[in-house]
Design a protein around this ligand. Structure first.
Ligand code: SAH
Ligand code: SF4
Ligand code: F3S
Length: 437
């Protein structure tokens, strides 16, 4: 009888995509996907280590999995992903799971699953220089069937001093451009109308076939050429690497969405240096100016960290003033979380007290909320092209979908269906949604 696997996914979009790769590998090993934990023979968490609170949340789930196993002998409990890579065999001791597998070792899952016994948990946390899972067709787990995520690279070669990703994901490597184009064609033929190309730093994508070199701009062109009604998005861009060539390529193709997620982290050049981001406040502002010069309507979003090591009130003011000046549409905002093993953890003091971190974070959030509302209000009266994703969550009699700039729009169905493009007129807004006709 076919076995069933249940996976909970935490962390970034790349992890969501990895879960799809894992389901594909498990399918070949005789496991079908289930969304009901109680029906599963294999229960796993695909985990994230980016901040301590991300890990804390996951510990609770591991406990729940172990409880389920106590009532269902034979159930296999596994931890995969970034926490598996960070904590390795410690997880076998502290949490008595059956399976620990790192992000580059998913191909060994069938072998490990076969080898598991009551007293023989299995582990593989080897990182790889070349694994990209290029030949594994992901089992899509999205619900709308309209928008697919495609990994174009893995790992990260930067050493931002606060970040665990280089340790949990290993060195950067780019995936075969032909396999990316094939996957994009394939999802288009299945009815998808949007692909998002994923990497920690997409601007440093570089793939060499032996006869040709493909840069990120080249890859964008290739995917954009698949079909005029296939939208192309991407994330994440790095301010130090986003090139004019990429900006001009975006501008030249109507189906490359005009939205850039450009994490700034801090507005203080002194702090950016301590973070090892390799750009200054001025450099960042120049990149934003260039983007807006070439694409005035381009959506811009960012990530901000409050209270990094040695951050002074002046540094914090620099972050606020940069956010004021740029006017992001939206931002992910975090209090700095010290991560074991990172450069900051080893060589700097986590010296901004927790309540001060949170105070600064709240100021950042309040400023961003005001800016978001401004940015969304500025869209009122405009006509936008939207790709219909499906019924709106708030009001299922309405439809929702994104504009090219990534803003979510809600509008009356009027005979439209998911996967179609439609023109809307923006009538009103909140700080996260455009209400349209
Ligand atoms: N590769 C992307 C981001 C990956 S992690 C980039 O370079 O921008 C996503 C976000 O988590 C980061 O942009 C950063 O804002 C945040 N982050 C990473 N490590 C963190 C830490 N130790 N504490 C708080 N936030 C962190
Ligand atoms: Fe982390 Fe920096 Fe790499 Fe982004 S670029 S994943 S923040 S090390
Ligand atoms: Fe988290 Fe790993 Fe992604 S640490 S943010 S799941 S790369």
């Amino acid at each position: 009888m076919e076995k069933r696997a249940y996976i909970e996914t935490y962390g970034c979009q790349m992890n969501v995509n990895d879960t799809e790769v894992i389901f594909s590998i498990l399918k070949d090993a005789g496991y079908a996907r289930t969304e009901v934990m109680e029906q599963a023979d294999l229960v796993m968490a695909n985990t994230c280590s980016i901040r301590d609170n991300a890990e804390q949340r996951i510990w609770g789930r591991i406990e729940a999995f172990n409880q389920l196993r106590a009532s269902r002998p034979g159930l296999i409990v596994g931890i995969v992903g970034c926490m598996a890579e960070r904590l390795k065999d410690k997880l076998l001791e502290t949490h008595k799971v059956d399976l620990v597998v790192g992000p580059d070792a998913y191909r060994s899952l069938p072998r490990l699953l076969n080898a598991i016994g009551p007293d023989s948990p299995q582990i593989d946390v080897l990182l790889s220089r070349d694994e990209t899972y290029a030949d594994i067709p992901p089992v899509r787990t999205d619900r709308n069937g309209i928008s697919a995520f495609i990994s174009i690279m893995r790992g990260c070669n930067n050493v931002c001093s606060y970040c665990v990703v280089p340790y949990t994901r290993g060195a950067e490597r780019s995936r075969d451009a032909n396999s990316i184009a094939r996957e994009a064609c394939d999802v288009y033929q299945k009815g998808y109308r949007e692909v998002t190309l994923l990497g920690q730093n997409v601007d440093s994508y570089l793939w060499n076939s032996g006869t040709e070199s493909v840069t990120f701009a080249g890859l964008l062109e290739r995917v954009a050429a698949i079909a005029p009604d296939l939208r192309v998005r991407f994330a994440t861009s790095h301010p130090k690497d986003i090139s004019d060539e990429v900006i001009y390529t975006m501008a030249a193709h109507p189906n490359i969405c005009k939205h850039i997620h450009l994490p700034v982290q801090s507005g203080s050049t002194r702090l950016l240096e301590k973070m090892r981001r390799k750009y200054s406040r001025e450099w960042y502002l120049e990149r934003v100016a260039k983007i807006r010069e070439v694409m005035p309507e381009c959506g811009l979003t960012t990530d901000v960290i409050a209270g990094f090591c040695s951050e002074t009130p002046e540094d914090h003011q620099d972050t606020l003033s940069l956010m004021e000046e740029v006017g992001f549409d939206w931002a992910f905002m975090f209090a700095y979380s010290d991560r074991p093993g990172t450069l900051a953890n080893r060589t700097m003091q986590d010296d901004v007290p927790a309540d001060e971190k949170n105070r600064r974070l709240n100021e950042i959030i309040q400023l961003q909320n005001r800016k978001s509302l401004e940015r969304y209000r500025a869209q009122i009266g405009k006509r936008l092209e939207v790709l219909v994703e499906g019924p709106s969550k708030r009001d299922p009699s309405m439809l929702c979908g994104r504009a090219s700039n990534n803003m979510m729009c809600v509008f009356p169905a009027a005979g439209r269906a998911a996967g179609q493009y439609t023109q809307v007129l923006v009538k009103d807004c909140t700080s996260a949604t455009l209400l349209c006709e």
